[in-house]
Design a protein around this ligand. Sequence first.
Ligand code: URA
Length: 201
Amino acid sequence: MWDKMDLLEYENFEQLKEVCLKCNKCPLRAGAKNVVFGEGNPGAKLMFVGEGPGKQEDEMGRPFVGAAGQLLDKILAAAGINRQDVYIGNVVKCRPPNNRLPRPNEVEACSEYLAAQIKFIKPAIIVCLGALATQTLINPQARITSVRGKWFERNGIKILPTFHPAALLRDPAKKRPVWEDFKSLMKVYREVNIEQLTLGF
Ligand code: URA
């Protein structure tokens, strides 16, 4: 994923979005109603990366608007994070049939869009929601149960893996560790914001 960044030649974020919305590089596009590019503040210091659009996301063309998204909204609100201030995207931009896991060739085809999003947004922090984002952005061998809550760094970006909100819906026992991860996130996010303000003077 990170090795793609140097090769990218998009003019700006809008042009990247235009190209992504017209993409036909992998078989997922044929089965999807919409390409879910991602949304939020393109100047965000904090970015969330999920797996791929589900049914509602596919219908609305927006990330994290279904049940998992509503839970994510609740967690963000509890953490005092404004959804409009952050950027929310996914590893793959088209819904896999029946919400199956995206295949390696699909992740590979789509990863240049994620790489380009990260390159333009330049977040200080990325939160990986679930195993696929963690494996794509940190290490293909990573196991979410052992790496969640630990901080990593790639290209100067601090990266925190945590469980996917859909996993919390299936197993509420995961809510507590996720809250611990968000407390750790809030601490680092606050430091990043303070640094920003200070450097702004
Ligand atoms: N699950 C994801 O991984 N992404 C979404 O956008 C919605 C649900």
